[in-house]
Design a protein around this ligand. Structure first.
Ligand code: PMT
Length: 444
């Protein structure tokens, strides 16, 4: 098919980072479909050409007129629309796409895609296209947890689809839990990063799966900590921090994508664990340490992303602490030190390759260099957590990676993109370290 890419067709698409990238945005029938026009608009603002494709049920939740207005193209919804097929047949449309994103992907659509069905336009396009497929699930939390859904997700991941989210929180049905479609801005960031990693797109980075040295990570056992810890003061109060788990979960997903076996030890967070990871939920630093120690003998690569509380209250009161009578000056809380989990991993016998994170608010690089050596890490990833746009509980991050003999700054990007870059750097250092004749592997 001739390449008829049009760049800067109108004011929405002029000069954007995705100028001319061709994206099919599939919409299936869930309440979250009301947010899809915002995703389409963001993609168009970034310069992408967007073809919206609706399932029959999607029409119950969003109108074709809205999607047509924001995409600038008539919406496609049928294999049997003679006029649309005459203009561009469905196989031609499948070849046209650089990327397919389906948002929302309902439980039914997940199941139909997992089964490889091709009985409507959207499922047929997915089957007839070689483009990357991103799925943004949205459903009731019980449906999300159902073994049938887990099975479908596993199969789709094995088939090469990328699952975005879902988020956790209040749902349209009145329940709370995992199953909310990711917000349009987060979806946009994931789609943008995926587009930029497509080789024909003059990418920032090569897709992780196709980089040969990543083969060294295939089958390796990753142990990753993520999220905050909570240290109880009394039955209703605790010391914790703003870690959302997003960066650690993104690393777990990236490690799975290069063929790693991933165990994720997570503090309390509101996001769904990546499909395919063995997830162990903990609350306190002591529990996280115990879980890490239990998994350690079977670990090749340890990545400590968790924001572990350095201190905990010396004692947890059995009853809620009462407000002091008037006149008393403040309440003293005695804190004792928690175990340093990563230092314990670094000093263990037959230690794995150890990667830590450093959350710094000043002199980030200098502090991180010193921290890497002090805690015996092979690599440290430092982020500036004084900047509210990155670091804790944000969609994006910006980091520097420091290892024995090298440092590299990675620009502000989605946590998913950074995770892929970090896994890439880990692969290089890990493979180097294993190579017996390599002088870099000599201890400092
Ligand atoms: O979860 P997100 O909202 O996505 O945010 C991501 C993040 C900001 C939490 C993450 O990028 C990050 O910086 N994680 C490390 C946070 C931290 O605790 O940094 P630190 O400099 O205090 O600790 C250094 C390293 O020692 C970390 O690998 C930490 O996991 C580890 N540590 C710290 C204390 C302790 N008692 N045991 C540890 O193992």
């Amino acid at each position: 098919m001739a390449d008829t890419r049009s760049k800067g067709q109108d004011s929405l698409s002029e000069g954007g980072i995705l100028s001319g990238c061709r994206i099919i945005v599939g919409v299936s029938g869930g309440i979250a479909a009301y947010k899809t026009p915002m995703l389409v608009r963001r993609l168009r603002e970034a310069g992408a050409e967007v073809q919206a494709v609706m399932t029959a049920n999607a029409r119950q939740f969003v109108t074709a007129t809205t999607l047509q207005a924001v995409s600038g193209r008539p919406v496609r919804d049928s294999l049997w629309d003679a006029a649309a097929e005459a203009a561009m047949g469905h196989i031609e449309l499948a070849r046209w796409a650089d990327l397919i994103v389906i948002a929302p992907t309902t439980a039914d659509t997940l199941s139909r895609l997992a089964a490889g069905r091709a009985d409507d336009l959207l499922s047929t396009l997915r089957l007839a296209s070689r483009a990357p497929v991103l799925l943004a699930p949205a459903m009731n939390n019980v449906m999300w947890d159902h073994p049938a859904t887990r099975r479908n997700l596993r199969r789709l991941t094995e088939d090469g689809c990328t699952i975005l989210g879902p988020d956790s929180g209040p749902q349209a049905c009145g329940e709370t839990g995992p199953g909310r479609m990711q917000e349009p801005e987060a979806l946009f960031a994931a789609v943008r990063d995926c587009c930029l990693s497509i080789p024909s797109w003059g990418s920032l980075a090569t897709p992780v799966r196709s980089t040969p040295h990543l083969d060294g990570l295939r089958g390796k056992k990753f142990l990753i900590t993520a999220g905050p810890t909570r240290e109880a003061i009394d039955p209703v109060r605790y010391i914790s921090n703003e870690s959302s788990g997003k960066q650690g979960y993104a690393l777990a997903s990236a490690a799975l994508r290069v063929g790693g076996e991933v165990t994720l030890i997570s503090g309390p967070v509101n996001i769904a664990p990546p499909v395919g990871a063995k997830t162990i939920s903990v609350t306190t630093a002591q529990q996280m340490n115990d879980a890490v120690q239990a998994q350690l003998p079977a670990t090749d690569i340890f990545i400590g992303v968790a924001a572990v509380a350095d201190y905990r209250p010396a004692e947890k009161k059995d009853q809620k602490i009462k407000k002091l009578p008037g006149g008393e000056k403040g309440l003293r809380l005695l804190l004792v030190e928690n175990p340093d989990i990563i230092a314990g991993v670094s000093s263990s016998q037959n230690r794995p390759f150890v990667v830590g994170f450093a959350a710094e608010t000043q002199d980030a690089l200098r502090n991180a260099r010193e921290k890497r050596k002090r805690k015996g890490m092979d690599m440290i990833v430092v982020n500036d957590v004084a900047n509210p746009d990155i670091g804790f509980n944000s969609e994006e991050n910006a980091v520097a990676v420091i290892w024995h003999g090298g440092e590299e700054k990675l620009p502000q990007s989605s946590k998913a993109q950074l995770a892929e870059w970090i896994i890439d750097r880990i692969a290089t250092c890990y493979v180097d370290q294993l190579a017996p004749a390599n002088p870099e592997s000599v201890a400092e």
